[in-house]
Write a protein that binds this ligand. Structure first.
Ligand code: XMP
Length: 333
């Protein structure tokens, strides 16, 4: 519609004006619709002076980094740099079970790596026509993220620390003189999707369910280990693949499999097992600020459960989360 078309043109003009003709912009891309639309706008506005990176925090979904790199390259002509940092994140997360601490560790580790990347990118750009300083940092922050970061659930506690709102700006602004550029901060998800379509971003990408920056780490109740991430990742892949096969993906706003590190007893053949509990979650929502549980047929859920128990070693039980938001949140933590 005309409003979206206007938004794209105005925003591209605003970005050009803000950034000027020399500065470089660093952007963290996750492959979700927000960061992809943000990246597409930047690319359109300033071309190769926009530098896209994806940090592998060890908590991404199955084959995600490779897929995001291929998608951005093919559809948007963006040369994504994947920074492999799984070990660093998993080491820093070892033994941490508090959700807010997890978010803080992940958020500040992202910043460490962004800082390193900014330096590397400036060096790389030296003596090229695009030499310049990295002066801006792109974030795909949406309006609900801004609101939730400002919300209260008690006298002094924010509901959650969104690692992508707050934290990042201050340290990077002070340390490195970076300024934050947030082209989507006044938009809701459905508006971002409309803009994505307008920009010609592939439908499968535009319709992708959101995935949080901290990734699988906030879908593990308890402390995060490589083994637990791998189990949650395999279970998630089975759940999402079956949802797609059943033609339900686009009816659901967000779905995933998380892991409870409490263990439950089961019997496999004649063996007693003591394994993790997989929590399946699927919700429908318009704005992600409130959400209702998606109604699957029980036979669908039973099939997912059976497949996960049979194929993912270390799982003894699968449950479906029936909590709407509120009182629950969409993520498990
Ligand atoms: P909640 O769990 O707060 O989720 O109901 C609402 C939406 O926000 C996403 N989410 C996050 N995204 N960093 C992110 O980038 C975070 O820490 C984070 N926590 C929640 C969540 O996936 C859902 O789409």
């Amino acid at each position: 519609n005309w409003k979206m078309g206007d938004f794209v043109e105005l925003e591209i003009a605003r970005i050009r004006e803000l950034v000027g003709d020399r500065a470089l912009v660093l952007g963290a891309v996750s492959g979700g619709v927000d960061s992809t639309v943000g990246a597409a706008l930047m690319r359109e506005a300033i071309g190769d002076r926009f530098k896209a990176i994806l940090i592998n925090n060890g908590c991404m979904r199955l084959n995600e980094c490779e897929q995001v790199k291929a998608n951005l390259g093919e559809h948007l002509g963006i040369n994504l740099t994947v920074v492999e940092a799984s070990d660093l994140f998993l080491e820093r997360l070892a033994g941490v079970s508090d959700p807010e601490k997890k978010r803080k560790i992940i958020g500040s580790s992202f910043i460490d790596l962004f800082e390193q990347e900014a330096i590397r990118i400036e060096k790389e750009a030296e003596n090229t026509p695009n030499s310049g300083k990295v002066e801006w940092f792109l974030q795909g922050t949406l309006y609900p993220d801004v609101i939730e970061s400002l919300s209260w659930r008690g006298p002094s506690a924010t509901i959650k620390t969104h690692h992508n709102v707050g934290g990042l700006p201050e340290r990077m602004m002070n340390g490195q003189g970076l300024r934050l550029i947030e082209p989507l901060r006044l938009l809701f998800k459905d508006e971002v999707r409309a803009i994505g379509r307008k920009l010609g971003i592939h439908e499968s990408l535009v319709n992708r369910h959101p995935f949080p920056g901290p990734g699988i780490a906030i879908r593990i109740l308890g402390d995060v280990t490589k083994e637990r991430v791998e189990i949650a990742r395999q279970a998630d892949n089975i759940f999402i693949t079956k949802i797609k096969e059943a033609g339900l993906y686009d009816e659901i706003s967000q779905a995933f499999a998380g892991l409870d590190t409490n263990r439950s007893v089961g019997v496999f053949g004649d063996q007693r097992v003591w394994g993790y509990i997989i929590i399946l979650r699927a919700v429908r929502t318009k704005d992600f600020m409130s959400a209702e549980v998606f109604n699957f047929d029980n036979s669908f859920l039973a099939d997912v459960s059976r497949t996960i128990c049979n194929q993912v070693e270390g799982v003894a039980r699968v449950v479906y989360d029936l909590t709407s938001k509120p009182p629950g949140t969409i993520e498990l933590e």
